[in-house]
Design a protein around this ligand. Sequence first.
Ligand code: C2E
Ligand code: MG
Ligand code: MG
Ligand code: MG
Length: 291
Amino acid sequence: TNFLSDNSGQHDATPSGRLSRSAPFVISEALSRALIERQLRVIYQPQVQGHDECLAGFEALLRWHHPVQGEIAPSAFIPVAESTGLISSLGQWVIEEVCRQIRRWRSQGYQVPLVAINVSVLQLNQSLLTQVARVLADYHLEGACLEFEITESRLMQNFDECVHVLSGLRQQGIRISLDDFGTGYSSLDKLALLPLDRLKLDKCFVEALTGASHGYHMIEAVVRMAHALHLAVVAEGVETPRQQQLLGELSCDILQGYLFGAGGDANTVISYLSRDPDDAPVHDPNARRPA
Ligand code: C2E
Ligand code: MG
Ligand code: MG
Ligand code: MG
């Protein structure tokens, strides 16, 4: 396989638009090296239950620290990984890394409720099913400790195969969540046909909650629809106690955002797990900034 074939120049710039002095920085080339040279890591952002703020799980978020360019955002490199085909090995690395980490936490005596992994629609094929089954078996894990987040844009392009693969994942016990809900183009009739467990409300809805009055009613309607379809609702981008309060009123099941923590490494996760929910609130004012 040749991951370096994308030399069209289209991705030569750094996220800030600069070019490095010696050679142009080509994200696709650097990214395939990043995988080999251990420049990637995963951080874990807490998710809490809407009604009592108890820890519900974590979302795994990929981080890339390039030795010269510094931190490169997923929004800059995930699309490149998708357009070059590198997303399969990248995505597989994330799944393997998360499973390795869950096993490590367990061997240290910590039970992590659930870890949600972002999975590109381009990964949804037959070989994902066998890969995931193998990784779960290798680390002696049950599928119920994982959730896969799929972004709704693109899902509709290859609908039948996606449904088939998502069903296969659910048969392994993995929960499926539809990420960035409300920002794509999914038709509502197809939504009901997707094998889903959760809808993840995009943070733009949470932002709109405290703005114009229709923001509140929009979420109210989405929650009602989701619950009618037996889906739990996760709100992302929760940053203020006011948003938390309103989302609670609206029966939003799970909350995630800087208010509860921006995400951190394996040891940060342990500090969340060791916390007693009765005498220490999950939200730590020092953990609100992005990692
Ligand atoms: P996403 O899955 O919707 O993830 C949520 C994004 O919102 C994350 O950005 C997270 O850091 C950020 N966020 C969390 N809480 C707050 C908040 O309170 N306020 C605001 N303004 N932002 C918040 P991040 O980590 O930069 O990831 C961006 C996107 O990149 C993700 O969106 C996801 O689509 C993609 N991504 C990240 N990791 C992976 C991965 O391992 N595989 C794939 N395929 N995509 C990934
Ligand atoms: Mg996500
Ligand atoms: Mg999202
Ligand atoms: Mg997003």
